[in-house]
Structure formats: C-alpha cells, structure tokens
Design a protein around this ligand. Structure first.
Ligand SMILES: NC(=O)c1ccc[n+]([C@@H]2O[C@H](COP(=O)([O-])OP(=O)(O)OC[C@H]3O[C@@H](n4cnc5c(N)ncnc54)[C@H](OP(=O)(O)O)[C@@H]3O)[C@@H](O)[C@H]2O)c1
Length: 325
C-alpha cells in the first residue's frame, strides 16, 4: 500500500510501499480516504513518545483518519464492510498510523460511523482538534455571556473552539494575525485580538513596527477581565500574563503544559494543563453538530498524501490540513 514513513526519530517523511496490515480478532481494517494533520504527528516523529511507548520503523505517522471499513475481525459485530467511519488512533506499537491507504485498529478505539452528509475529508479534520476543543469547553463549562479568550485561535483546535464558544453564547475574543481577522469573525468571534508584528501609525508622519502582546491588548479593550482563557500556544511566562486577565473564580487552560497550577489556584483561578481524553462519544457529538450544520469544518489545505512532508509540522495553520489519500 502507499504510505508515508519516517525511518528514524527526526527523519523526513517520505513516500514508501508498505504491506497492507491484516485484521485480527476484535479488530477492523479501514481503507482510508483522508488523514487529518496535527502538531502531535511531528512530535511523535521527533521522538516525543520514545521510551514511553514501543515504536515500529519504518514508522507511519498520523492519528486522525477517515474512510470505510474494508475487513472485520472475528468477534466484531457492530461494524460491517462498507461502513463509513472516522477515528483517532494512537495504538502501540506506534508507527502504524493514518498516513497510509489502510490501518487496522481495535474495535474499541475512538471510532465513529459517519452520517451520510459528512464526507470522509471533512470527518478526517475532526478527531484530535475537535475533541480537544470539546474537552476544553466541557472542562470550563462555558456559559452564555461569559468572556472567553482563545489564544492560538487560528489553528485546528482554535477554529473549532471559536465556533463552540459562539454556539454556547459566549463573548469570544480570538487571536489572529491581521490577515486572518475576517475568518475569525465568520467563525463567531466577537472581538479579534491581533498579534505579531503590526505597523502602528500614531501621526500622519510617523509609523513603526511593533510587537503586540495579547494580554496588553485585552487589558485595553476589556479592562474588567475575562471569565475563561483557552491558551493553545503560549510558553509559561506568556501564559501567566494571559492568565492574569482571568477574574477570580474563572478558568484558565493550557494545552501545552504551560500552566503553573499552584499559581492559578493561589489567585482563585481554576483549570490548569488539559490533556484531551475524549473519544468516540465526543466524536459522535461533533459529527452530529457538523451534520446538522451547527459546526463548520475549517479545512484550509488538502494536499495529496505524497506531499505530507511539506505540511507535517508546518507553522501558520489556518484551520485544518487534511491529506487526501
Ligand atoms: N493537550 C492536549 O491534549 C492537546 C490536544 C491537541 C492539541 N494540543 C496542542 O495544542 C496546540 C494547538 O494545537 P492545534 O492543532 O490547534 O495547532 P495548529 O493547528 O498548529 O494551530 C496553532 C495556531 O496558533 C497560531 N499561533 C502561533 N503562535 C501564536 C501566538 N503567539 N499567539 C497567537 N496565535 C499563535 C498559529 O498561527 P501562526 O503560526 O501564523 O502564528 C496557528 O494558527 C499544539 O501545540 C498541540 O500540540 C494539545
């Protein structure tokens, strides 16, 4: 089968011909049509799980994928050949991922059947980012009228979070580079906080480039503070500055282990570092929302599988990248 592999930790993804994995008892084989790309794929390639889980090389990366069931192992009664499915798969030994034509997974994996109206390509953009966004919303219990700041809003997790926040009736403040401002508004942001280098003009004859801090911008626009911070990108000192905007009793979460949980607690702020734990139930909830039109799947890039090396680990995400298999 066609697949993308790396031959060592830190290796460059390359196209390869690999054996089709065979289905065993309690497993299903999926013929994949599309694989979603996540920052985690690059971290696995770089050895993040080395020493924590066994790995097989050549290693096929990819945790998110969608397609149809192509074989069913003994003892599997709830899936049939031809069922259209999507899933989030990280099954040891690591190295048998979704950047391939076929994958074999245990039936009890995070796997869900697709409603007729959701294509495999759209579905493949959902699992890791969508489930993480839903987990964050559930953890903070976001309510209508609350001010929710999303830092890193323009990427995969953020583009779902902005929509889920707006659906809950929250006042969503979303970070974006200036050229991505309109997309954030269309996704449901109430305010867009620009970051990065911007040109500040303070008189007809004077303009200079300046680096905006998200926290300083929000202090000016929302001096009363915010109720919830979802920070998907900031290192610890920047996270601490952003979290200082949260009112006592509010919530602050980091998805990249930047939160000092003792410090948050001392200020009466709940939350901390969130590790996504959602599975099939959350996937079904997301598919329902996509199927009934409440949630848009924010795909910005759909390269063919052979171009994986160019998109895995690439910065500048604007929603999701999906590899078309
Ligand atoms: N804990 C968990 O369970 C869990 C689950 C899923 C994801 N994650 C992690 O959460 C992070 C976000 O995931 P993702 O899939 O959304 O990543 P992504 O698709 O790569 O999006 C990250 C976004 O953040 C923007 N960004 C970068 N620096 C920024 C800054 N200083 N201020 C504001 N925005 C900035 C990027 O745009 P520019 O590059 O143009 O700035 C990009 O649009 C990743 O590190 C991922 O590994 C953790």
């Amino acid at each position: 089968m066609r697949a993308i592999v790396v031959r060592e930790f830190g290796g460059k993804p390359e196209a390869a011909d690999m054996p089709v994995p065979e289905v065993g008892p309690g497993q299903v084989q999926i013929q994949l049509e599309a694989a979603g790309v996540n920052p985690f794929d690059k971290r696995i390639i770089d050895g993040f799980l080395d020493g924590k889980l066994p790995h097989d090389f050549p290693l096929i990366p990819g945790t998110d994928g969608a397609g149809s069931i192509s074989a069913v192992g003994a003892g599997v009664n709830d899936f049939e050949i031809g069922d259209r499915v999507v899933g989030k798969f990280l099954i040891p030994p690591v190295g048998h991922g979704t950047f391939a034509e076929y994958i074999v997974v245990p039936r009890e994996s995070a796997i869900a059947k697709l409603p007729d109206e959701v294509t495999a390509i759209r579905a493949a953009a959902l699992p890791t980012a969508g489930i993480t966004a839903l987990d964050l919303m559930h953890a903070a219990g976001v309510k209508g009228g609350q001010k929710v700041l999303i830092v890193g809003a323009s990427g995969g997790v953020g583009s779902y979070l902005v929509q889920l926040g707006a659906l809950a009736g929250a006042h969503v403040l979303a970070t974006a580079r200036p050229d991505d401002t309109d997309r954030m508004i269309r996704l449901g942001a109430t305010e867009v906080v620009n970051y990065g280098r911007v040109t500040v003009t303070d008189s007809p004859t004077h303009a200079e480039d300046s680096e905006l801090s998200v926290a300083d911008s929000v202090r000016m626009t929302d001096p009363g503070g915010i109720d919830v911070l979802f920070d998907l990108v900031s290192p610890p000192p920047v996270f601490a500055d952003n979290a200082s905007l949260v009112k006592p009793g509010g919530w602050a979460f980091s998805t990249i282990w930047s939160a000092d949980e003792a410090d948050l607690k001392a200020r009466g702020v709940q939350g901390g570092n969130l590790e996504s734990s959602g599975g099939a139930a959350e996937l079904r909830e997301l598919l329902r929302m996509v199927g009934n039109g409440d949630l848009m799947v924010p795909i910005s890039n759909m390269p063919p599988l052979a171009e994986a090396a160019e998109v895995v680990g690439a910065p500048g995400a604007r929603g999701k990248t999906v590899l078309v298999i």
